[in-house]
Ligand binder design. Sequence first.
Ligand code: GSH
Length: 200
Amino acid sequence: MMAADLIVWHGPNTRSTGTVWLVEELGVPYELRKVDVFGGETREAEFLKINPAGKVPAIRHKGKTLTEMAAISLYLCDEFPKAGLAPAIGDPLRADYLYWSVFRPGVLEPAIVTKAQNLDVDPRTVGWGEWETVITLIETALEDGPYLLGERFSAADILIGGALGWLKHFKLMPDNPRIDDYITRLHARPAYARMQASNQ
Ligand SMILES: N[C@@H](CCC(=O)N[C@@H](CS)C(=O)NCC(=O)O)C(=O)O
């Protein structure tokens, strides 16, 4: 059997679930390399050669290693455009797609950590603002359709919806009918179920 051109380093039940979900949605062959994050493997010399930051996800494609889940998502959707997970350059939805893809690490992630760890920050001096604002922005985007881009599912839903799913799981977010429906809709996707198998 030929080696897959795409390798995904994944720590079961960590942020890299989003990358596995993405490649399952893309429907491309890949080799899954599991990393024991909770056992400390990400801090070992062998893994640090792959990602010196000591974090999953990481991918290797065409001999090039890439880390950071949002960068990986943007890269893979452009490399595998047939899956239609990214509006093409020139499509008016491209702007929203880029906005939400960058929103995950730039705004949502730090807002989650600030809230979860009860950190005291001045919302005017940090780049992500207040928790309520962040959630309202997502809720408002979902007014126009089942997904962040309206009727169109995209890789941005995996980035944002993936984080929201973790928030619900860890009971960090109160009930919110629109966001709860969104998470349920995303979790019903066959690719999401296939990703869950990789967590075993
Ligand atoms: N900035 C990274 C964060 C990824 C991340 O936080 N990964 C965690 C798993 S949830 C990790 O690998 N932690 C292992 C460690 O710090 O040793 C991204 O967006 O991809």
